[in-house]
Design a protein around this ligand. Structure first.
Ligand code: AMP
Ligand code: MG
Length: 513
């Protein structure tokens, strides 16, 4: 690997604490601290994403130094590792300083003008670990490793995963926070993104009233990651930038709704300034359609981050970001206008996305009613989101209610079956208004509606096997997720079996990772 190409651009520009002291503490003057990763003597590489490595300019694994790099051991001298400080609003409340508690940066690499930041997740404690150990367990590392790649192949903006290794170390976790801590296998994921900058990085500087640094970080972000914002001689540069952040966030959220992804912890520290899906924790693909669905047991009382609330919460988070960057813009009216635009644009883009899922060539005036009725039916009947749309991909003359049975999570009564058949009839009528041919409509549907989604129960099964040393299913899932618009493994193309309805680690997840 070309480890010599890794640079330390960020740490050269911004103020940092180079003491290497990992004591957990507030770091009021600086934006990062250098830290040393933990020692892992028995680490074992499970999987390496060579294609991604080539793309970003790191190349193939050649020797022991490369293998060591993937678990943050015996690093070459040019790599000075660090953790960054950020803040955030968690579940609606200001949480103050947070920071990379178990993510450690290697730096950036530039290939073909594209910059990529590289991090280890789970490689040790930092000043921002907040009384925790800075480690990650195999279970959550497999989830992040596979899901971030699944999202990438689905076409959703996301951070990516370069490698997954076991550290050889045991980690203690209490999955259900029930006073039953257990030993689990430790793991490290190397993850990459053009940038890991979060809303929280800006919130921190703003809260500290470090307006000069705030401006500097905004400029860094615009120059490096926002080619769509004109950075020179542009008096509305920061306004355009905020607009671009809103646009990118909107794009991401629409994709989440398209594929049925629920993030689970949309705190502002988990929101990427670049509009990437970031920090895969208690996420889930939605099985049965339910706007109130959240996999995160910590969020169950308020369901703040439920599937149906993700647009609203993005708006809330963008408003928090607007507050943070206010000193750069000093114009409340213009910020409010952009935020209002987000709300309006959401519905326009959402309807366009739904139209594609249904195979319509355009959104007609009558479709708002059609989509609302569809949503109500899905909610009432709790049909499987992914399988429902797969079932629509056939000639309208052949539709039968029985064909939708594979998407039922319970026996539907007569009334409910009638609701479904009434809807199918409406769909048939609506499809007749298409100006494109039936085959063109199918093409549109088959590139919009995934045939494979990485459901939590599949992850759960693969993790159980992996914890016992069997990685067969892990590698099958990896292959399936690389081709999500095809059916490679029919056994993965099924609804969640009922035995997983209330299973911890499948339908219920905590933040313990
Ligand atoms: P999350 O809810 O996973 O986004 O985490 C919130 C904050 O807690 C972040 O600053 C994380 O870096 C930190 N954190 C979570 N788990 C750990 C851990 N095991 N060790 C250290 N820091 C952690
Ligand atoms: Mg986080």
């Amino acid at each position: 690997m070309n480890l010599n190409l890794i640079t330390q651009k960020f740490t050269k520009i911004f103020p940092g604490d180079f003491s290497g002291n990992t004591m957990q503490r507030q770091t009021p003057e600086v934006m990062f601290c250098t830290v040393k990763p933990a020692h892992f003597n028995d680490a074992e590489l499970i999987d390496f994403n060579e294609k991604l490595s080539e793309e970003i300019g790191l190349g193939k694994i050649e020797d022991q130094t490369d293998k060591d790099f993937l678990v943050a051991q015996n690093l070459p001298e040019n790599i000075e590792t660090y953790a960054t400080a950020y803040a955030g609003h968690q579940f609606g409340n200001w949480a103050g300083q947070l920071g990379d508690g178990r993510a450690i940066f290697a730096g950036e690499i530039i290939n073909k003008n594209r910059q990529t930041e590289i991090q280890w997740k789970g490689a040790g404690a930092t000043p921002y670990s907040r009384n925790a150990d800075g480690r990650a367990v195999l279970r959550s590392s497999i989830r992040e490793y596979l899901m971030s790649e699944a999202m990438y192949h689905l076409g959703v903006p996301t951070t990516r995963a370069l490698s997954l290794s076991k550290t050889g170390e045991d980690v203690i976790r209490d999955i259900q926070y029930s006073g039953n801590p257990q030993k689990e296998q430790g793991a490290v994921v190397v993850r990459t993104a053009e940038s890991f900058l979060r809303f929280g990085h800006f919130e921190l500087l703003s809260a500290r009233k470090q307006n000069e640094l705030l401006k500097q970080l905004a400029d860094y972000s615009i120059e490096n990651f926002f080619p769509e914002v004109q950075s020179e001689n542009n008096s509305s540069k920061y306004i355009d930038w905020f607009q671009a952040i809103c646009d990118r966030t909107l794009r991401m959220i629409i994709h989440w709704y398209r594929v049925g992804f629920v993030h689970g912890v949309m705190n502002t520290d988990n929101m990427s300034i670049l509009g990437l899906t970031i920090d895969y924790g208690p996420f889930s693909m939605m099985d049965g359609y339910d706007l109130e669905f959240t996999p995160n047991t910590t969020d169950l009382p308020g369901r703040r981050y439920a599937f149906g609330k993700q647009a609203q919460i993005s708006h809330w988070n963008l408003a928090a970001l607007a507050n943070a960057i206010f000193p750069l813009i000093n114009n409340q009216e213009v910020l409010e206008k952009i935020l209002d635009g987000f709300g309006r644009q959401f519905w326009v883009k959402h309807d366009q996305m739904l139209a594609q899922k249904f195979g319509f060539d355009e959104v007609l005036a009558e479709d708002e009613k059609f989509f609302t009725e569809w949503q109500q039916m899905m909610q009432d009947l709790n049909l499987d989101y992914t399988l429902f749309f797969q079932n629509l991909e056939k000639p309208i003359s052949e539709f039968k209610v029985e064909d939708f049975k594979d998407a039922f999570y319970r026996n539907l009564n007569e009334n409910e079956l009638k609701k479904l058949s009434d809807f199918i009839e409406k769909y048939r009528q609506r499809k007749l208004k298409n100006k494109i041919s039936e085959s063109e409509s199918f093409q549109l549907m088959s590139k919009t509606n995934p045939k494979f989604v990485l459901r939590n129960f599949l992850l759960f099964e693969a993790i159980q096997a992996a914890e016992n040393g069997n990685y067969e299913m892990f590698f099958q899932l990896k292959k399936a997720l690389e081709n999500p618009y095809e059916i490679l493994y029919p056994e993965f193309n099924q609804k969640r079996p009922s035995k997983y309805d209330n299973q911890t680690g499948s339908s219920q997840l905590s933040c313990s990772s």
